[in-house]
Design a protein around this ligand. Sequence first.
Ligand SMILES: Cc1ncc(COP(=O)(O)O)c(C=O)c1O
Length: 397
Amino acid sequence: MKLSKRTQAIKPAVTLALAAKAQALRAQGVDLVNFTAGEPDFDTPQRIKDAAVQALKKGMTKYTDVRGIEPLRAAVAEKYLKDYDLHYTKEEVLVSCGGKHALYNVLQAVIDPGDEVVIPTPYWVSYSDMTLLAGGIPRLVQTKEENGFRITPEELKAALTAKTRVFIINSPCNPTGAGYSRDDLLGLARVLERHDCLIFSDDIYEKIVYGGFRFHNITALQPSLRERTIIFNSVSKTYAMTGWRIGFAVGPAAIIATAGTIQSQSTSNATSIAQAAAVEALTGPQDDVVEMVREFQRRRDTIVGRLKAMPGLRCFEPQGAFYVFPNVRALFGKKGNGKTLATPSDVVEYLLEKARVLAVPGEDFGSIENIRITYATSLQEIEKGCDRIEAAIRKLE
Ligand SMILES: Cc1ncc(COP(=O)(O)O)c(C=O)c1O
């Protein structure tokens, strides 16, 4: 079968594929600890579900404005004003079918063949493939664990060239959980001020932060970047609404309008009822978010403590999101199940076979030394999974 050349360079999202594998194994009766999911295990708060039911009852079942219903675009603009004193009009907001779709649309809107997209690595799996699909070239810049997995101003400066069209920043980051402080962002902003590229700020985990860490948005800190920054966000992670598929892009009107045109020729609007639910998510009382984040923090503290205590693992303490990204290099060269471990994929496979624990190998995030473990699961499952990992590691020869 002849398929388009564009699709030859891309692969399915590994995280979704592994989550499906976990489901299939469980359906076969395997007692599996699933550490792959990229979504909160909590149910969507009742107030949000009620808003969807109301919308349904009111007959909100037709096409909406392609860009999103006016109250939702207004709620997004209001959120940025309230949270960061950033002024956006409704024309500067596009509602899409998830943050992923918003990113896809905007990349399609701004990338020409050969344009480069600078991506600090480890990175979220879709940045690179979405860039390729748009005809662009991903420029992966390895960050260092000793720098907290954050790209430094020097590393950024070295990566930017005349071909750079976009720089993507994701704080807190999936998969590392690394968050950029105010000073980190100001350092990067100083470099970006001198280089005329677009900045994509993927803020999807902005509310899921821990301890003393405070989230900042780069444009809010450096207003001179506003005209070339597009912010991406979504209700998926903050409000446990991954299945509702509502995300948004916020930025300069011309880019947002073009991304909207692309959307008008593909999906049209995001689901009408889900949009009504998202209005409630953003404008209603936020106590449910505070409660979820408190629980995530308890889990982070537990899992980081457990992993750090295991022989052969090094574990960076994340500032946000709900992933840990332990370094497993010290396990390479050891033998388990008759095979010598040499890569994160080998470690993941060994843990699946020996411990019935499923994690995500680092390779697809651009790391050859780490695996990703999601702690968006109960403390009981976390303890059980850690007991199993520890026992399996101790059996390595
Ligand atoms: C960093 C990052 N950006 C964007 C997304 C997209 O999420 P959604 O499309 O559900 O809004 C994800 C989801 O895993 C993510 O981790």
